[in-house]
Write a protein that binds this ligand. Sequence first.
Ligand SMILES: Cc1ncc(COP(=O)(O)O)c(C=O)c1O
Length: 354
Amino acid sequence: MATHYPLAEDRGQATVPVTIDLRSDTVTQPSAAMRQVMAEAQVGDDVYGDDPNVNALEQQTAHLLGKQMGLFLPSGTMSNLASVLAHCQRGEEVLVGEQYHISCDEAAGVAVLGSVAIHALSTDVFGRFEVEQMTAAIKPNDYHCPMTRLLCLENTVSGCIQDQSHIDTLAECAQQHGLATHMDGARLLNAAVAQNLPPARLVQSIDTVSLCLSKGLGVPLGSVLVGPAEVIDRARRLRKMLGGGMRQAGIIAAAGCYALDNNIERLAQDHRRTKELAVALEGVDGLNFDMARVQTNMLFLQSAQMPALADYLAQCGIAITAIGQNARIVIHMQVDDEALQQVVESIRTFFANR
Ligand SMILES: Cc1ncc(COP(=O)(O)O)c(C=O)c1O
């Protein structure tokens, strides 16, 4: 299947099982302790509001992010979608960075399922767009135009931390123009840990936030949308409409609570290892990357020999995401120091033998 996130069957000619999977932080497996919590979770029917672990997770996440109410959804994609549809009516418009997930990785769900137009703003290599770009994109009150209703931000963007004062300025300006604001915070906690800031501070100026549990936090699936009660109430109806109302979902929500209690601070280990990897690869002849973009748990590589590098790594049991001359490496909780060393040595060996 053609995809820009290569699937298992697309990994070249590899016959070796993958032992170090660096394609994404979504590949993490639940730990033994997390599985124990899941096995012992008390559950109820969450569509009736009866599941104690779902209720606890929603409250805990809302508290963590300084918002009124939370809603547990099966995926980050559905969380973003429910949020955009809760903010916007048919024929209205959302402004979003062109490289953000809502713009290019969610199969245009907001347009297909909500008849909401996407106006994509060009971003720099760090994922940033300027206030002037945003204000220029807000449509006048003219019946030829869609009504611009919502600004969608993302943090981190491809591993890059968005400048906090800039986020606040964008959000304040959007609000002055009557727009609501949504943050795709799939990896917001990476940004919080890396800056040593309380997560709530990062989204103080934002109305709704989607937080993924299934990335660096290591939960098998799930996201929590948080925001004002009236928006979350609408999103709850939309979740049901989209088929995301789950029954004994507490088995997963318990893992979510476990992750919020135990797995946030450890994201700093992923960031340290990503930086160590980048430092170890600096100066390797034939390999390029921008050290300024190495801010959390992602490293983007360029090489004229990229397809061959990805194939070689696959033969070493190491999976990366490679497209053309570019590749992405994501460090997560299943990559320890020993694995990291193996990755460094494999990449160096490949280029030394060219
Ligand atoms: C920035 C961002 N937002 C949203 C999502 C969607 O999450 P999910 O895969 O749970 O639908 C992803 C997934 O990788 C993501 O990277």
